[in-house]
Design a protein around this ligand. Structure first.
Ligand code: DGJ
Length: 739
């Protein structure tokens, strides 16, 4: 009875928390705050009941002063409309770059949005969602702006929902997720660009009047040439431990557009959303179009703090099993490519066991019979085991791996098809292609039309079939190696849906498949892979536990890549494999791959004795500190872009243990940076610590003893010299509290 009463009480409290605080005010000058612990966004209606952004900055102590903010600014708005609209409509009073542009059912292209109401729903003590309803006074057309905040982490997720009750579909020509406005002097934008094997390269520019656009039009993925991740720094160029910064990302796994516009007042307008390129979306009456989310972390103490908050948020609230464990692995891709059979694979299980990793991952090449997958030009789409290579099927391999004491994972690329495949022969109408034009291939393959529910069933079926037949299958590597050329859907054509829905419906179809997979298989780890450009964002990571940042595994390149990904993603999500790429010694490669989720893609059986001893020892060490790399706080200490060395450190949440990775990134003979210590961060100034070098190659001893005791204060001010030199190019330090 008492228990029942307590449950009732708890429910009551829960109800109170989720009670909606409704603030409806139709008079002018409604002020709507969206606050995190260290940031305040203020919106206010003007005399025409249009919603404007009036403040974005440090929290104001007195709510009663919110209304005084707007009067501080003297903007002349007589010519081009207003710049600080909270969601800029096109076709009426505003001539600035719009957030939304539509063609109504009757062909009219004007849109006005007026404030109607707003509400705040407190989900728990840390999380709240504010929603603001705006309506067109002439057409039955409405937009709701959503702002979800995680107060402690200073993270905001912003999206928009669009709906109408017109007689026929309305064409959404532009439909941004977010429209923000910042009044400040000087804005610096870091965007991340690249190409295959050169992913995620940061470029910082000071924004000047006009629009700087970062976008992509690749169809199947967002990243490769540009990425939807960015750093905005206010007043000065971004730095690690000071200054006001925003780390942001549009969480959409396809074409995106980020517009950073310095207006004539020298303020920054920012509009982020799905790329409107070839994507006029036909929205039927009463259906809600939900845009993807813009997600951003804010800090007044530089990019380091913003990243740590974003990592905490991601692990706790977003990434599938973000607070869980991951499997170390041996992958056969670079060891065998397509050239393997059952016996060769079985022998690799022994190598995996001998190394001490958790799992063996069978890569590309295991399927296709009429068109065997012996190269990348055939077989994709035919997901039956190749009888010649694997006469006893996958089930046999899963069992054999188990006998060796290792788990078994498998590679698939389910969104794609080779023209030389049975799937292509049977279902040409499932392939995205222009019926009247020559086909264009990317890695000899094409993309399946996921706007088609039959294709969604097919893709779900690939994964489902694998798990139904092999319940002990432990891992999926989900690859994506093509972009959409010749965008055209036979399915949409048959349904009478405009072709310009395809880019959006492709992604929505893919998310539907992933939702079905996760409804049936909630936790099994899946890696999101894309040979070129990486494929990772916080919508995808609701369904995936980790991602493959790049095919480039050359370890010096990797130090830069992992550093730059680390602004946005916690290391538990980043898969790093030791391969034979580059000229760095094995130790260097293993150390670099240990800054994330460690894997191997080498012929382990051919390692010489010392290399083998080293790897086994390093895997043991990794198992002892992986919890800190996965779940601790990350501090970027020495930036490889600016120095001869690079250093990065992970600290346990209780500050009792840390791991510091130090590398030489410049091979010139005279290196001054190594003469100086590396200044640590994140420790407890009052605790005492020892510093010990680990991951030493057999027969090599450290240049310093681990007996000395230092205070956290000393290590975080005077620092510690890891003695990185041309002879010691990679040094891993274990920092332990002395109790
Ligand atoms: C691209 C991936 O990045 C590689 O690791 C490998 O899985 C190949 N695809 C297989 O085709």
């Amino acid at each position: 009875m008492r228990e029942k009463r307590q449950t009732y009480k708890r429910n009551q409290i829960g109800f109170l928390f989720s009670l909606i605080i409704c603030v409806c005010n139709l008079t002018a000058q409604t002020v709507i705050p969206v606050a995190t612990k260290n940031n305040l966004l203020l919106m206010q209606t003007d005399n025409s009941n249009r919603l404007r952004i009036i403040y974005f900055g440090k929290p104001l102590a007195n709510e009663s002063e919110y209304k005084a903010v707007a009067a501080n600014y003297n903007y002349d708005e007589s010519n081009a409309g207003i710049y600080n609209s909270a969601y800029t409509p096109a076709g009426t009073w505003n001539l600035s770059e719009p957030a939304i542009q539509v063609k109504h059912a009757d062909g009219n292209t004007s849109l006005e949005l007026k404030y109607i109401s707003h509400k705040k729903e407190q989900i728990d003590a840390n999380v709240a969602v504010t929603s603001i309803l705006l309506k067109d006074p002439v057409y039955p057309f409405e937009v709701t702006l959503f702002y979800k905040v995680w107060e402690k982490e200073n993270v905001i997720e912003q999206w928009t929902e669009i709906k109408h009750k017109e007689k026929k579909p309305v064409v959404l020509q532009k439909y941004a997720s977010a429209n923000l406005y910042f009044a400040n002097k000087d804005f610096y934008l870091t965007s991340f660009q690249g190409e295959y094997l050169k992913e995620m390269q940061p470029v910082e520019t000071k924004l000047s009047q006009g629009i700087r656009t970062v976008d992509s039009k690749l169809g199947t993925r967002a990243m490769l040439l540009q990425t939807p991740n960015f750093i905005l720094s206010f007043g000065k160029s971004a730095s690690e431990n000071e200054g006001t910064v925003m780390l942001g990302q549009l969480a959409w796994s396809s074409n995106f557009k980020l517009d950073f516009e310095i207006d004539s007042h020298k303020n920054l307008r920012f509009i982020a959303g799905i790329n409107p390129f070839a994507s006029e979306y036909s929205l039927v009456p009463n259906e809600t179009f939900k845009t993807p989310s813009l997600i951003y972390a804010l800090s007044n103490n530089g990019t380091g703090e913003a990243s740590r908050n974003l990592h905490d948020w991601a692990r706790k609230y977003r990434v599938l099993d973000g607070q869980g464990e991951r499997l170390t692995l041996l992958n056969n891709w670079e060891a065998t490519y397509f050239d393997f059979d059952e016996n060769k694979i079985k022998a690799l299980f022994e190598d995996a066991k001998d190394l001490g990793v958790d799992m063996f991952l069978l890569d590309d090449g295991w399927f296709g019979n009429k068109y065997p997958r012996n190269n990348d030009d055939a077989g994709l789409g035919d997901w039956q085991e190749n009888k010649k290579k694997l006469p006893n099927g996958l089930g046999y391999l899963v069992r054999e791996a188990k006998k060796e004491g290792v788990k078994f994972g498998i590679w698939i690329e389910p969104e794609m098809v080779n023209p030389r495949s049975e799937l292509y022969e049977k279902h040409l109408d499932w392939v995205i292609r222009q019926p009247e034009r020559p086909e264009i291939y990317y890695r000899n393959q094409m993309v399946l039309d996921l706007s088609n529910p039959e294709v969604q069933d097919f893709v779900f079926g690939i994964v489902d079939d694998l798990f139904v037949k092999n319940p002990e299958l432990a891992f999926i590597k989900w690859d994506c190696n093509a972009v959409i050329y010749n965008a055209y859907s036979a399915y949409l054509n048959k349904k009478g849906v405009p072709q310009s829905n395809l880019y959006v419906d492709y992604v929505k179809g893919l998310y539907k498949v992933l939702q079905r997979i996760r409804a049936k298989y909630p936790k099994v780890p899946m890696m999101l892979c894309s040979g070129g450009g990486g494929r990772a964002d916080y919508e995808f990571l609701k369904y995936f536990t980790e991602f493959w940042p790049s095919d480039d595994t050359e370890p010096i390149e990797r130090i830069f890549l992992q550093w730059d990904y680390s602004y946005f993603f916690p290391s538990i999500t980043t898969d790093n494999h030791v391969t034979d790429w580059g000229k760095q010694p094995l130790k260097f490669r293993v150390d670099v791959a240990s800054m994330g989720k460690l894997g191997f893609d080498i012929v382990a059986g051919e390692l010489d004795t010392n290399d083998k001893i080293f790897c086994k020892e390093a895997i043991n060490n990794y198992n002892s500190f992986k919890d800190i790399v996965w779940h601790g706080d990350m501090f970027r200490l020495v930036n490889p872009h600016e120095n001869d060395i690079s250093a990065l450190m992970y600290v346990s949440k209780d500050k009792s243990k840390a791991i510091v990775f130090n590398y030489l990134v410049n091979n010139r003979f005279s290196i001054t940076a190594t003469k100086r210590p590396v200044v640590f961060n994140g420790l407890d100034a009052n605790k005492r610590y020892t510093v010990k070098e680990i991951n030493l190659y057999p027969g090599v001893s450290s240049t310093f003893s681990s007996d000395k005791v230092f205070t956290g204060d000393f290590l975080m001010k005077a620092g510690f010299n890891p003695n990185v030199t041309l002879k010691r190019t990679s040094v891993v330090l274990e920092v332990n509290e002395v109790k």
